[in-house]
Design a protein around this ligand. Structure first.
Ligand SMILES: [Ca+2]
Ligand SMILES: [Ca+2]
Ligand SMILES: [Ca+2]
Ligand SMILES: [Ca+2]
Length: 488
């Protein structure tokens, strides 16, 4: 799949100082996009509340919500770097020798000095480093001379207080399997604008290096202390962990006992003692609706954990570049997503919730609540606007791997998932509450929405795990030895 393990990246920025100058290829809100396809989408989604979300009248583009103007959705940003031949050779060496450097214990994400340009502005003491994890390894191993570096640009390496348009770091993200060039942008935007939940600011940026166009990226805010101040101004001082382990705030005074209690939790009581349960299951439900194949809900991968004031830990979205994903499939169970053949693990805390009738019902209720705000036409209008905005930049991208025809097909598929995913979730919810098809094909007492295998009466969430049959009998993701059976 995509990123195996915790992913890096996403950048820091400051709330203050959003200077208003805009450079680059501004496009008008009315000049792009459109609501074509709305009728069909509305018919597909049924109870999904198409068009009820409002907000479309004020322009196609999403709102600013406190983001730096660098992330203005109406602008296709143009960044350029000047880097010396020596420094470029070093960064290129790191790029192609990541695993060897890592194995030798050598830092392979070092900062390199650049002169950074944006419009008529220049930053002489900026630095750039590579970013990525498995996406880095994959592009180097698969893409030959089209292998694409991903970057973090920092304005605070030389001057710790350095900022550019209120931002101390910029993340430039583009994995090799996103042929839409906008999955992460759309995932973050939908999370923030449709669900009103925390997500980094993001738009698209063309990056030019030493005068040559290098490629198109999702241009995004880094997650860190300044991000927390923007999204939780009422509770800005909590511990923030990437992947639930790696501290990003309060490094010197972390509540380690609380984090230990979090990882030691194996039941609802222990989990509830340190977790904001409602906020957390709502975040997972949002990922389920986003069809996120590489977040916490669908693979226990990319997430942040934030200790919110006196409410405890809550999950925060990270790395949305596999949203609207699952290779275009919309009929992924929002509970038993792994039954579609992934090898990804399910999260320890996720499984605690799904095994608990009360909190599992609360998760389903959160799906229902979020579905009511899903707005097919509005989200599709963003896809149309973003696609029109980046069309030329995609076409000219020297690191583009697929044809423009493929790109357009992927965008059309993304558009379709935006309509089909809520339709599937509506069907799932109608099974849950008995208002629609809640058939039980194998007659084991668990309808299809609550059965991880509705063609096998011996398999259901009420079953006991049978050892050595190679089957996850009790629908908890794991079979046999992985589910507590003694090794044979
Ligand atoms: Ca059944
Ligand atoms: Ca069954
Ligand atoms: Ca078994
Ligand atoms: Ca099992």
């Amino acid at each position: 799949m995509r990123k195996l393990g915790v992913v890096w990246g996403i950048a820091l920025w400051l709330v203050a100082g959003c200077s208003g100058n805009r450079e680059g290829n501004a496009i008008t809100a009315t000049g792009v996009g459109g609501n074509d396809g709305t009728g069909a989408a509305g018919a597909d989604t049924g109870a999904a509340g198409t068009g009820a979300g409002g907000g479309t009248g004020g322009g196609m583009m999403p709102s600013a919500r406190g983001c730096s103007d660098l992330f203005d959705q109406a602008t296709l940003v143009d960044y350029s770097f000047d880097i010396s031949a020596d420094e470029w050779a070093k960064i290129d060496y790191e790029f192609h020798n990541r695993d060897a450097l890592k194995a030798a214990g050598i830092d392979y994400k070092t900062y390199h000095p650049i002169v950074f340009h944006y419009g008529n502005e220049t930053v002489n003491d900026a630095m750039v480093r590579l970013k990525g994890d498995s996406s880095w390894v994959i592009t180097v191993s698969q893409d030959g001379d089209k292998a694409r570096m991903q970057f973090v640009v920092s304005f605070e390496e030389v001057n710790p207080a350095g900022k550019f348009h209120g931002v101390s770091k910029i993340v430039l993200d583009m994995p090799n399997d996103d042929h839409t060039f906008m999955q992460e942008r759309l995932g973050f935007t939908t999370m923030a604008e449709i669900f009103g939940m925390p997500a980094p600011c993001a738009n698209s940026a063309r990056v030019t290096i030493n005068g040559q166009y290098y490629g198109l990226y999702v241009n995004e805010e880094r997650v860190g202390g300044n991000y927390i101040k923007r999204v939780f101004p009422e509770a800005p001082d909590g511990d923030l962990y990437e992947g639930g382990w790696s501290p990003k705030t309060n490094e010197a005074m972390l509540n380690k006992a609380k984090l230990d209690a979090f990882w030691a939790a194996h039941d609802i009581a222990a989990m509830s003692a340190v977790v904001d349960m409602q906020a957390s299951v709502t975040e997972w439900a949002a990922e389920a609706l986003l069809n996120d194949a590489d977040g916490y809900y669908g693979g226990a991968h990319n997430f942040y954990l934030y200790d919110y004031a006196d409410k405890g830990y809550r999950w925060l979205l990270d790395d949305a570049d596999a949203t609207f994903g699952w290779v275009g499939r919309s009929d992924i169970s929002p509970i038993y997503w792994w039954t579609r053949g992934t090898t990804q693990d399910a999260g320890q805390h996720y499984l605690i919730v799904m095994a608990d009738p009360t909190w599992r019902a609360n998760y389903v209720a959160a799906l229902r609540q979020l579905l009511a705000s899903w707005d097919v036409a509005r989200i599709q209008s963003w896809v149309d606007a973003f696609a029109a905005q980046i069309e030329g930049a995609v076409e000219q991208d020297p690191h583009r791997l697929r044809s423009m025809e493929d790109h357009h097909e992927e965008v059309a598929l993304m558009r379709q998932v935006i309509a089909d995913r809520p339709a599937y979730i509506a069907k799932f919810l109608a099974c849950e509450d008995g208002s629609g098809d809640s058939s039980d094909a194998d007659g084991d007492g668990f309808g299809w929405c609550n059965d991880c295998d509705d063609n096998n009466p011996g398999v259901n969430p009420g079953a006991v795990e049978i050892c050595a049959n190679g089957i996850d009998d009790n629908c908890n993701r794991y079979a046999d030895v992985e589910d507590g059976c003694a090794a044979m």
